[in-house]
Structures are given as C-alpha cells and as structure tokens.
Ligand binder design. Structure first.
Ligand code: CO
Length: 461
C-alpha cells in the first residue's frame, strides 16, 4: 500500500484536446464516458475554461454555460477550470465587477477547482479573481499558478517567492504551470523540493511533452514530493499535450507513491477517446499530432498555440515560413522583456513575430496589443523594456508608457455597461451568463445569440 499516493488531475476534457486538436471536442464526445471518468478517482477533471469557452461559441455551436451544467450533472469529481486572472478567458483586462461576476457564475454552475494564472506572473492581476473564488458560497478549491518559463531573469528561488505570495493570498494549492514543456527533470526536482520546504499547501505540476521531458519530469517531481500531476488519457496525451495517465499510473505501481488508480478501468475510456480524436481530425481537417521538438526550449510556444499556428499557416498556404517564425519568436520575446509565453502574451508575441516574418522587415507593422504589452498595460514585464525600443523602434509616445501599471489603469467596461450594450442591440433581458459570454467574446457571442435567439428570454424581432 502506498504511503504517500500521487494524485492525478485528468485533462482529456480540456488541455488534451486543446493541445492536440485545437479544442474541438464536443460535449456529445464527452457524455458517453463521463460516468466512467467519474469513477476513476481523479483529484479533478479539467474540463472548462482555457480555450473551450471561445471554441464552444465560435466553432461548435454550444453554449459553454450549458456544457458546464451538463458536465456537473454527470460528475461528482471536482471540475477544474483554467482562468486567466483579470483577463478571464479573453484577451484584455476586465473591470473588477466583471471578473467577480464571472467567477461567481462559474462556481454556481459547478466549477470545483479554479486554477488561476497571470501571463506575466504579476500577482496584482490575480487578486480580484482569487478573492472572488475564495468568497464563493460553494467553497471551490482555489489554486494559484507559477507560470513557468526560462530566461536570464527567471530562477527557482524567484518562483518560490511567488508561490509564497500566492499562499499568502489564501490559495489552497499552487500549480507549476509549464505550458510549453520547458521544465527539465532535474530542475523540476529542485523546484519541487524548494516549494515543499517553503509552503504548507499542496503543489501540483502541469507540463506538456512538447520538448520530450514530460514523463521524466513528472518522475523526478514525484520523487521530490509533488502532490498532484496533470495527465491526459493515452489518445490525448504526449506530443504537445500532457504526459499519459496510464503510463504514469503504471510507472508508479508498487512504489510508495503508487496512485492506487485502476489502469484497466481506463482502457475502455481511452478506446472511446481514440475514436473521438480520429473523428475530430477528419471533421476539421486537422493534423492531430506534433513531433517532439527540443527546440521548444528556444521558441517557447505553448502546446495549444503551436497546434493553432501550424493549422493557420497551413490554411494560409505558408507552411514554408514555419521555421522562420519559430526563430523570430525568441528575438521578439527578448525585445518585450522576457514575458512567459502563455495566453494572451503568447498570441501577442506570436502575432508580432508573424508580422515580422511576413513583412520581411522587423516592427514595420506593430499591432496595438503588442504596444500595450511592452508599454506596461497588462502589468510588469519580467525585464523592463528599453525606452529606445519603445519610443524609436515602436514609436510609442513617452506619455503612454505605464511605469507601474495597476489594474485600474486597464479598466474595461463594467458588467452593467456590457448588459446595456446587449439590450441596446435588441437582446432584452439577457441572463447574467449571456452578458458574461458577450463580455468575453462580443462578436462571437452575438453571432451565437442570433442563431439561438430563443436563448434570450425576450428577443426583439
Ligand atoms: Co497546458
């Protein structure tokens, strides 16, 4: 009997398909196996947030709130969501009341674990979401993230300091979020040991196999005492996704950290999801797999974005520019003050790098989002961006450089303003959830509402 079993959070319903098939799994793909998944004994099932909200509305003709209700009706295992702090699930900072309403609604609809991160590891961007989750009457588990990255300024000691801050803010656990699979096995061992020594709350590790370290990194982290690891069932594991659940369960069998989970019970579930994966690849014309690439250590693109980028370039008939783009990413990232590359900073840096490669001249066309990132609108960058780069290369006005951004500087519309906008457009009496969908993705949500006008209680026609 294991003395200190490792817990597993299963990601097949969120990160697994986000990393390998552009987040195209439907609720109907999940339904047949929800009871089986529920009976495994996972720490949590990650099934909501991240890119799922956007793809539900945009590509799958599903209401993300209804999806959550359906999941909740079939699952007793806590449902985990990934939330981008003050960004929620969108790409901009929202006002505090929108963040609070979103968190409250997600909790009410059944989120049991809030995993909350900020792309710049700026804790000021996490405060509102963390507090809102801590105050929900349903008492969800609140997890703060260290967004893991490598750069000349990121050290394990600094990550431990950040983790202590998260514990101090009331988080129930801390997750090392290694979205691009950059965490090397022995570095993971050192980081987990230091975190275990400094913190009183559980430590979870989330990685991707993008560079090929995944399973080895988990093994060293487990030896160092990590409490929870994120894994995906075989068909949605490996490559740019999480290490494989069955493999990790088998690797730990008979050791003092045996998970105690029944590997055989996973076989029929995996069989189902293999067919789901095949169907999605065919339906959406996706690639569905990505070779392990140790060069990710240099270009640092998260799994989910890599699959999107490859498919976008394929659609545009520009597959030959792929390597140029991967080479340009680290250069742009350095110019931008070494932000960790995770949504939305990954998209912002990725788009900037794409523009540089396509136009053949660096910083000829500069999207506003990139200017916002480097001038400090989203919070502090790990390294201060040089003034010359800001004013000469990007031609940003000196008065627009934000020396020390607080959430207030980036204030967006309030919940009531979003609601009034919807009513103005003729959608009378929208539910809070409709308003939150609209606040997150205005255009996409409106198109969805038009198709499903009966969803809005009194649609004016
Ligand atoms: Co991930």
């Amino acid at each position: 009997m294991a003395t200190n079993p490792v817990k597993i959070t299963e990601t097949v319903l969120r990160d697994g398909h986000q990393s390998l098939v552009a987040t195209r799994m439907r609720i109907s793909d999940m339904l047949p196996q929800l009871e089986a998944l529920d009976s495994i004994g996972y720490n949590a099932l990650e099934a909501w947030g991240g890119a799922t909200f956007d793809t539900c509305l945009r590509f799958l003709d599903e209401d993300p709130w209804e999806r959550l209700d359906t999941l909740k009706a079939h699952l007793k295992t806590p449902i985990q969501m990934l939330l981008r702090g003050q960004n929620l699930l969108g790409y901009n900072h929202y006002s505090n009341d929108v963040v609070e309403k979103f968190v409250q609604a997600a909790s009410k609809h059944g989120i049991g674990v809030f995993r909350i991160f900020d792309a710049l590891n700026d804790v000021r961007n996490l405060k509102v979401a963390i507090n809102a989750a801590l105050n929900c009457p349903e008492k969800p588990h609140v997890q703060g993230c260290l967004v893991y990255t490598i750069s000349p300024v990121h050290t394990n000691e600094k990550f431990v300091e950040l983790a202590k801050e998260l514990q101090g803010m009331g988080c129930h656990s801390v997750c090392i979020k290694d979205m691009s699979g950059l965490l090397e096995p022995y570095v993971a061992e050192d980081l987990v040991k230091k975190l275990k020594a400094a913190l009183d709350i559980p430590i979870e590790l989330h990685t991707h196999c993008t560079s090929g370290f995944g399973h080895a990194t988990y093994l060293k982290a487990v030896e160092a005492g990590v409490d929870i690891i994120d894994c995906a069932l075989a068909p949605f594991s490996s490559d740019t996704s999480q290490p494989c659940t069955e493999t990790m369960v088998a690797a730990l069998e008979g050791t003092e950290r045996d998970t105690g989970l029944d590997r055989q019970a996973m076989t029929p579930i995996s069989k189902h999801f293999l067919n789901v994966k095949k169907r999605i690849i065919e339906e959406f014309g996706l690639k569905g797999y990505f070779d392990i690439n140790p060069n990710v250590l240099d270009f640092q693109i998260p799994g989910g974005m890599l699959s999107n980028l490859a498919n976008q370039l394929k659609e545009a008939g520009m597959e030959d520019k792929y390597q140029d783009l991967l080479d340009e990413m680290p250069r742009v990232r350095k110019d931008a003050g070494y932000p960790p590359l995770v949504t939305p900073s990954s998209q912002i840096v990725g788009t900037m790098a794409t523009f540089n490669v396509i136009s053949g001249e660096r910083y000829k066309m500069v999207p506003n989002e990139f200017k916002d990132l480097v001038r400090g609108k989203f919070g502090r960058t790990p390294v201060k961006v040089s003034k010359e780069f800001l004013t000469t290369t990007l031609k940003i006005d000196e008065k627009d450089i934000i020396e020390d951004c607080s959430i207030e500087d980036a204030k967006g519309k309030t919940f009531e303003q979003f609601k009034a906008e919807l009513i103005e457009k003729g959608y009378l009496n929208p539910t809070d959830e409709d308003v939150l969908s609209y606040a997150s993705f205005p255009q996409v949500a409106e198109e969805f509402f038009q198709k499903h006008y009966n969803k809005i209680t009194a649609y004016k026609r």
